[in-house]
Design a protein around this ligand. Structure first.
Ligand SMILES: [Zn+2]
Length: 265
């Protein structure tokens, strides 16, 4: 019953959207990462983007004015990872904060003794547990270029990972997926990536992914949507799990109902 009401509300929100065809076309034209989608998938992505924009507040800071074009560029990229997963994966938080470019983040952490540790670092984006996603506009605009690097997908992969707590590279898996297999496959790939980066011989995957399992999942998700052939070549087991997790295969047409028995856990 609740599900039926929710779907009815979603359909109503989508029907009431007044985003013009031209605005959609211009946004898609800026994002080659979406070129592989067929007509039905584009429509599905647009519907998700409308729901995303209805539920999230996108806020510019430090002089950024949020235009419809910026809203669409963010929403379309943010919804690509959930094309087959649904908008509910992004529940329990509201705000996307947009800086003009990279920003300095001031982090306060408490260690096991309760002592405060403060650190400053330069960032292009951030995702907080149950909190905002923060994006650099300059990097968001160039994100969808199929070069294996995509800031928006990176930050929203963290959000998917955070559905079951802190980001740790272990998002909630679908029914039928083995937690043990995920841990074994991702741990082996992460450790290989780390040692390649330490030796100065990385494959075409950003060494930022070697800093933690959470960053590895986010970085390899960027590569998955933009250059999945790199993962196929070096980490085919990871590719297989990402296809099952995202229910999409960027090298082929999206998997329509490929795993009908699997549901989010
Ligand atoms: Zn990250």
């Amino acid at each position: 019953m609740i599900g039926a009401i929710r779907r009815w509300l979603d359909r109503r929100t989508i029907a009431r959207s007044c985003i013009s065809d031209q605005s959609w076309q211009e946004a898609f034209a800026e994002l080659p990462v979406l070129d592989r989608l067929d007509k039905d998938e584009r429509k599905r992505l647009m519907d998700l983007a409308i729901l995303f924009l209805d539920r999230k507040v996108i806020k510019g800071v430090n002089g950024v004015t949020i235009t419809e074009s910026i809203r669409l560029i963010i929403a379309l990229q943010a919804c690509l990872p959930i094309l087959k997963l649904g908008i509910r994966c992004y529940r329990n938080w509201v705000t996307v904060v947009v800086y003009p470019a990279g920003f300095v983040a001031n982090h306060v952490e408490y260690d096991e003794l309760g002592l405060v540790r403060q650190s400053m670092s330069h960032r292009l984006g951030e995702a907080w547990v149950r909190g905002p996603v923060v994006l650099s506009l300059a990097d968001t605009r160039i994100a969808g270029k199929l070069d294996g690097s995509n800031l928006v997908i990176h930050e929203f992969a963290h959000k998917l990972d955070m559905q079951n707590g802190r980001a740790n590279g272990f998002p909630p898996l679908h029914r039928g997926m083995s937690r043990r297999q995920w841990t074994d496959v991702f741990s082996a790939a992460f450790s290989d990536h780390q040692s390649r980066c330490q030796r100065g011989q990385p494959v075409d995957i950003d060494c930022y992914g070697a800093t933690s399992p959470a960053e590895f999942f986010a970085v390899i998700s960027e590569v998955f949507f933009e250059q999945s052939g790199v993962i196929e070549e070096h980490y085919p087991d990871v590719l297989e799990l990402l296809i099952r997790y995202y229910r999409q295969n960027p090298k082929q047409a999206t998997l329509h109902e490929f795993f009908p028995g699997e549901k989010n856990e």
